[in-house]
Design a protein around this ligand. Structure first.
Ligand code: SF4
Length: 272
């Protein structure tokens, strides 16, 4: 459900619910969102999972506050659930005979990779690159011992509806994997998709082409960093910004964008 439809449906459900339940619901959702009084400043780093729309990246780097949505607590809950499942899969990956679950700090140091380690909690490494203003959580790096070849690992959990129809890496996830290959200097990404409902697994290998890297990573970042320097609003997302294997509607990006209202207002100002 997109943010606009969600707000209307949430309001209707609230009117039909006893007040005491609304009170508990408000308190619990606020707690899930980081504490009843908790509010943190938004990060100004780009994240590889949301490097699709240049304008959205621009707003993020400028520190614009994401617009609230009644479904933010669900996103947090789904992320927590995904993190819990990631952790179990990562622990299983560590036990494989032919595969080494690589120590990321050692890999970065040994290979002189331009990444700072922000934190290492459980199996998750939070890394950032100051040159490109990118920050991300890395699921892991695997080394296949018989060939000594390294692979970036990205784990995704998804509902049955998506999982049953999955035949390749989601094009949106390719953008994310593509950025990882450039930041970690490892050309291949193994995506592990787990069905949230029955825990079945699907595996895909993605190796971005030089053209994809140029178009979706280097040129996009250069454009946004230039726009930030000049303080010039980049254009709205286009199909050209998105498509890696097929044409995807830009609505899909905008419907989940946390800056939709700001973007609309800015557009009206530009049109005059
Ligand atoms: S609403 Fe769409 S075009 Fe505007 S910033 Fe968000 S993703 Fe980009």
């Amino acid at each position: 459900m997109n943010r606009g439809l969600g707000a209307v449906s949430g309001l209707l459900s609230r009117l039909n619910t006893p007040d005491i339940l609304n009170k508990l619901s408000d308190a619990l959702k606020a707690e899930i969102m980081g504490g009843e009084n908790g509010e943190s400043l938004p990060s100004t780093f780009f994240t590889p999972s949301s490097m699709i729309c240049k304008r959205q990246m621009f707003y993020k780097a400028k520190g614009e506050s994401p617009e609230p949505s009644p479904f933010d607590y669900q996103m947090t809950g789904m992320a927590e659930s995904g993190t819990d499942r990631h952790n179990r899969l990562q622990n299983h990956l560590k036990n494989l005979t032919d595969w080494e679950y690589v120590d990321v700090a050692k890999y970065i140091e040994d290979n002189h990779i331009d990444l700072e380690i922000v934190s290492h909690i459980g199996n998750e490494w939070k890394l950032r690159n100051l040159k490109y203003n990118v920050s991300f959580m890395l699921d892991g790096i695997l080394r296949y011992k018989p060939t000594n070849k390294y692979y970036i690992v990205e784990i995704k959990t998804e509902i049955s509806f998506k999982s049953n129809g999955r035949q390749d890496v989601d094009p949106f996830h390719k953008h994310q994997g593509l950025a990882y290959t450039q930041l970690l200097k490892i050309p291949d990404v193994i995506f592990i998709y787990e069905n949230r409902d029955d825990c079945s697994l699907k595996f895909y290998l993605y190796t971005p082409t030089p053209e994809e890297i140029e178009k979706y990573f280097r040129r996009k970042l250069t454009d946004v960093l230039y726009a930030l320097e000049k303080d010039e609003l980049p254009p709205k997302v286009t199909v050209e910004d998105i498509s890696l294997t097929d044409v995807i509607k830009t609505d899909k990006v905008c419907n989940y964008c946390p800056y939709r209202m700001k973007c609309g207002r800015d557009d009206n100002n530009v049109k005059g």
